[in-house]
Design a protein around this ligand. Sequence first.
Ligand SMILES: [Zn+2]
Length: 141
Amino acid sequence: MHFQITFMNMLTMLMEENSKRIKIEEFVEMMPDACEKQFPKKCNCCCRYFDTFQDFLKYTIIPVHSKDHSLQLIDLENLHDVIAFRNCSCGTTMTVQCAVDKPQKKELMHAISEEARERGVEPEDVAQLLRDKVIEKAMKR
Ligand SMILES: [Zn+2]
């Protein structure tokens, strides 16, 4: 009987642990849609139109000088955002927000910092990994 209670407690604890935050993998699923919502987008410099997120990924590149930091993580009290930088073929840097609404932005920042803490890496490292997975997923559509 005692064993059973302990086992149930453990199970409950495990379930709570899992539901505490949205997993990085789930953001990989959600993010292409969040990005897609921001299209069509236009380059302010050369006026090129990007109809879809996939178009955008195809015809823009990660800025060379910031390959490892092409995502900006903003985590302040009332402001949570993950912004991706891409360069248009004319050289102009454009941005895409990785989450659309406010609760989702907050969840995303939270998931990134928790994942980083668990793995013992920098939040930026988790963000870049997430970036690469999202791009891979979006391009397969
Ligand atoms: Zn351009």
